[in-house]
Design a protein around this ligand. Structure first.
Ligand SMILES: NC(=O)C1=CN([C@@H]2O[C@H](COP(=O)(O)OP(=O)(O)OC[C@H]3O[C@@H](n4cnc5c(N)ncnc54)[C@H](OP(=O)(O)O)[C@@H]3O)[C@@H](O)[C@H]2O)C=CC1
Ligand SMILES: CC(C)(CO)C(=O)C(=O)O
Length: 302
């Protein structure tokens, strides 16, 4: 259902870094949305949003929407997707656009099983960087881009919610097949995240020659698994892509490093774990990823 001004009701799950980035950029473009938070008593979030050396004081709306949500953005950790959909899909219109946005893979079947038959499922893969340094402070740490693609059959036949996604997390590219994008992001996260989390270093450390052999091995194994799912990558090019991301985000800690440093749950099961499951299904051994997984789980058991 649309409001009188024809602006669809937008809901953003949570008040995490990516969700607040999306809400802030919408607010700066005078496109209001509802933050769907865990705290039912919270009506407004006061946010200091820092972007490109500019500080913005924003008031973000946390009221439960009166109208069914037409566009639901779900920028939560992969392990929260099932519960987030369970909680917030009842607030959505029967023909709503639902947009997942997370690192890792392995949530798509679960998400599809929770949707009503008229709801469209999309995935937005973003390279933006956002850091929440306190409950009221968000910094846009890296200007990136977002690729949006359909997941379920209905989304494949529908127009994408491109204008709103572009306002929230643009520049936006819309693709008809998002899987190659998700697999490439998986490769980046399957190398940078576990290594930085194990070594407790910033991403840039991995550009040093001493890590080159291990990264090449991880990428080689990744390519074998991806191939079994119909995703073909050139190992050398992919290795260079991973090193470029590490160099471009040299001063940042990866999300997995931050999660482990702060003793929060991490996305290892949806990154390395997903890869290990796919390898097992295909009967392929990927010892370099297996070892990383075991080392990380030994440091903090699942
Ligand atoms: N931050 C970044 O720069 C980037 C992050 N990503 C990926 O995007 C995803 C989101 O990242 P990020 O924003 O950093 O993650 P956060 O953990 O900061 O944000 C997710 C937020 O959603 C909340 N949440 C989860 N489930 C619900 C629910 N049912 N109802 C209400 N709130 C809920 C969480 O609350 P609670 O903590 O209480 O569970 C948390 O505050 C991750 O997969 C991440 O790897 C991708 C690119 C960049
Ligand atoms: C690309 C990278 C590795 C940037 O830090 C990331 O997505 C993450 O930290 O989760």
């Amino acid at each position: 259902m649309k409001t009188s001004t024809q602006q669809p009701t937008i809901g953003i799950v949570g008040q995490g870094a990516v969700g607040l980035l999306a809400a802030s950029q919408l607010a700066l473009r005078h496109l209001p949305c509802h933050l769907l938070t865990r705290d039912p008593a919270l009506s407004v979030l006061v946010l200091n949003f820092r972007q490109q050396q500019q500080e913005h004081s924003l008031l973000l709306n946390c009221h439960k929407p009166q109208q069914p949500v037409q566009l639901l953005l779900v920028p939560v950790k992969a392990f929260s997707v099932g519960q987030a959909l369970q909680q917030w899909l009842p607030s959505c219109a029967a023909d709503a656009d639902i947009v997942l946005c997370h690192n890792g893979m392995g949530t798509l079947e679960l998400a599809q099983s929770k949707l009503q038959s008229g709801q469209k499922l999309w995935f937005a893969s973003t390279t933006h960087g956002a850091l929440k340094s306190g409950p009221h402070r968000l910094q846009h740490t890296g200007v990136g881009r977002t690729v949006l693609g359909p997941i379920n059959a209905l989304a494949c036949q529908s127009s994408p919610p491109a204008a709103l996604l572009a306002a929230a997390l643009g520049p936006l590219e819309v693709v008809t097949d998002i899987l190659p994008v998700l697999w490439q992001k998986l490769a980046i996260n399957a190398v940078i995240n576990p290594l930085t989390a194990l070594l407790m270093v910033k991403n840039g450390e991995l550009t040093k020659p001493q890590y080159r052999r291990q990264i090449e091995l991880l990428i080689h194994e990744f390519c074998l698994v991806a191939q079994t799912k119909g995703q073909t990558f050139d190992p050398q090019t992919l290795c260079q892509t991973v090193l470029d991301v590490a160099a471009n985000t040299a001063g940042n800690f990866s999300s997995m490093q931050q999660d482990r440093a702060l003793m929060r749950p991490d996305e290892l099961e949806f990154i390395t774990g997903f890869l290990l499951n796919a390898a097992a299904e295909a009967g392929i051994a990927i010892p370099a990823h297996q070892q990383l997984y075991q080392q990380l789980r030994a440091v903090k058991p699942a």
